[in-house]
Design a protein around this ligand. Structure first.
Ligand code: HEC
Ligand code: HEC
Length: 310
């Protein structure tokens, strides 16, 4: 049986000194113990805070978008601001890179290290899908860590490769060369002889006189008489047991019969020059990096043929 509260019920519970509310159930009576002050104030503050939030910031979802809030804040504008700040932070590096001829970059260790770090980040965005996350490559996509280069491993050559790409049909300055498909040029028996010779170059097969002869007439113009490759044609070194497509007889046979002609996009129409310099520095740093031939040495080398000594 519950009693209802009236003013005449202002009785005090003796042991606790707390007033009764006046509710009673089967002899058990309710005491009037209010919520602690601090709790109540925290509660009121959260209400005030949320009201302020709703007024200041985007809050209530509508059918299209949401209420805007008087501050005009949006996550997009915050992102744009952060990008502007990030660009401002990058600006000294970008400007210094823009002013620095790429062949002098390696000598300026501070700038070079900054560029390598920037290049590592850009590589994750633009290059990993083909060259792999550690730049270690896969079939048809060269490993960039091994200092074994198709087109050249000094920073100027790397930058050129990045700017102009490899075998881009619409771009006259692209790296280009086309190994012919030898099916139809050589008989099947000749192809298998030349494949044996290629295998012998890295010590995986016995010398094959007919294959060596065929190699000299059909292949040496690009891969070199000794099979060590020629960079002006992007023709790989066939003696080092580092393979772009594979060194087993079946894979080499397929390469010779059908040829490959790997394509890399050019980046000069997608990335700014400073980013390309950063990427060149990063790729250059991976394999240890070759030095740029000084102009006098390069000219002399040209005069002496590709292997001439300075
Ligand atoms: C769509 C795939 C693809 C993407 C993306 C790509 N590459 Fe390549 N890259 C290739 C292929 C294929 C080759 C080898 C082509 C050949 O056979 O000569 C190559 C070759 C290279 C070479 C020449 C290596 C040598 O030995 O001379 C460099 C340097 C290089 N890539 C760097 C990069 C960088 C840096 C990026 C990112 C900006 C990148 N690549 C993005 C496919 C790609
Ligand atoms: C016009 C220049 C040219 C000629 C001629 C040429 N090659 Fe190539 N070869 C290349 C290039 C460039 C590549 C790089 C692969 C690509 O095209 O993507 C290559 C790749 C290869 C590969 C793949 C190596 C690897 O690492 O997987 C083999 C093997 C090869 N050539 C063997 C031969 C043989 C054998 C002949 C002669 C019968 C020959 N090539 C003639 C330019 C040439």
């Amino acid at each position: 049986m519950a009693k209802t509260h009236t003013d005449s019920d202002k009785r005090i519970d003796q042991p606790t000194g707390t007033a009764f509310v006046g509710h009673e159930w089967d002899g058990i009576e309710e005491l009037n113990t209010p919520l602690p002050r601090w709790w109540l104030w925290t509660f009121y503050l959260t209400i005030i805070w949320s009201l302020a939030y709703v007024i200041l910031y985007p809050a209530w979802p509508l059918i299209h978008g949401a209420t805007e809030g008087v501050l005009g804040w949006t996550s997009r504008s915050q992102f744009a601001d952060e990008m502007i700040k990030a660009d401002a932070k990058r600006a000294p590096l970008v400007n210094a890179l823009a002013a620095m001829p790429v062949e002098q970059l390696v000598a300026d260790q501070n700038l070079y290290q900054g560029a390598v770090a920037g290049g590592a980040a850009a590589f994750k965005v633009h290059c990993v899908q083909c060259h792999g996350s550690g730049a270690s490559g896969s079939k048809g996509y060269p490993n960039l860590n091994d200092d074994d280069w198709l087109w050249g491993g000094d920073i100027v050559a790397i930058e050129y490769t990045l700017l102009h790409g490899i075998r881009n049909p619409d771009h006259p300055e692209t790296r280009a060369s086309a190994m012919p498909a030898f099916e139809g040029i050589l008989a099947p028996a000749e192809i298998s002889a030349v494949v044996s010779h290629v295998q012998s170059l890295s010590g995986k097969a016995k010398p094959n006189a007919q294959g060596a002869q065929l190699f000299a007439t059909n292949c040496a113009s690009c891969h070199g008489v000794d099979g060590k490759g020629l960079r002006q044609f992007g023709a790989p070194n066939l003696t080092d047991n580092i393979w772009l497509y594979g060194g087993d007889p079946a894979t080499i046979t397929q390469t010779v019969r059908l040829s490959r002609q790997g394509v890399m996009p050019r980046w000069n129409d997608k990335l700014d020059r400073a980013t390309i310099k950063m990427l060149a520095a990063y790729v250059h740093s991976l394999g240890g990096g070759e030095a740029v031939p000084p102009p006098a040495v390069a000219a002399k080398r040209e005069a002496n043929g590709a292997n001439g000594q300075p």
